[in-house]
Design a protein around this ligand. Sequence first.
Ligand SMILES: *[C@@H]1O[C@H](CO)[C@@H](O)[C@H](O)[C@H]1NC(C)=O
Ligand SMILES: *[C@@H]1O[C@H](CO)[C@@H](O)[C@H](O)[C@H]1NC(C)=O
Length: 187
Amino acid sequence: MTLNTAFLYLLIIIVFCFQTKKKIVIRKLDMCKGQGKYPVMFSNATTSYNKQSQEMWFGVNIDVDKEVSNNFTMAFDFIRCDASGNPDSCEYVIKNYVNKEICKYMGMKNQAWTVFVDYVHPPLKCPIKPATYKLVNSPVKADFLRTLPIGDAVWKVTFRGYDNDVYLACVNLELQVIPFVREGRRG
Ligand SMILES: *[C@@H]1O[C@H](CO)[C@@H](O)[C@H](O)[C@H]1NC(C)=O
Ligand SMILES: *[C@@H]1O[C@H](CO)[C@@H](O)[C@H](O)[C@H]1NC(C)=O
C-alpha cells in the first residue's frame, strides 16, 4: 500500500448550523503527510447530505492494527487562518493540548462527541482491540460544532494519538466557518 492510498480527501461537507448561524465546510480530512504507516489508519471517508431534512452524515473506516490501552492519549493543535486560508495568515490558537483521558471521554454519554462514538461498529471501547471499525452514517450535529472554539475563519486541526509513548496516528482536518445567511428569508 502506498501512503497516498491512505490519504482521505473529503471534498465538501456543508453543515448548516442554525443555532450559531454559521456554515461549516469540511475542506479536507487526511492522515498527516510524510510519516509512513501508522498503527491506526483512517480511510474511505464519506459524507452525504440530505437537502430536504438538511442533515449531514459522515462515515469513515478506522483500521486498528495494534491494541490501544486505557492510556489512550490525544494531542490537539488548532491553527486559525484568514477566510481565504492564506498560509501567511495562519497562527496557532491551541498548540499541543494533551488529553490523557480519552478513554474516559469516549465512555461518557450525552456529550458532543457521543454521536460519533455511538455510530462506530464494532463498539469503540478501551482497551481498543485490533479490528476495522466503521463509523457509518453518523449524523453531524450542530452541537458538536458549538463545542469547538471556532469563529469565522479557516481552521486547521491536527489530532495526534498515542498509547503511552507509542505514536498511533496523526490526522489533519481542515474546516471553513462562514457566517450563514438564509437565502430569500429574514429572521
Ligand atoms: C475502502 O473501500 C474500498 C472500495 O470499496 C475497499 O476495497 C477497501 O477495503 C476499503 N477500505 C477499508 C479499510 O475498509
Ligand atoms: C498506563 O500509565 C500508567 C502511568 O504511566 C502506567 O503505570 C500503566 O502501566 C499504563 N497502563 C498500560 C495498560 O499501559
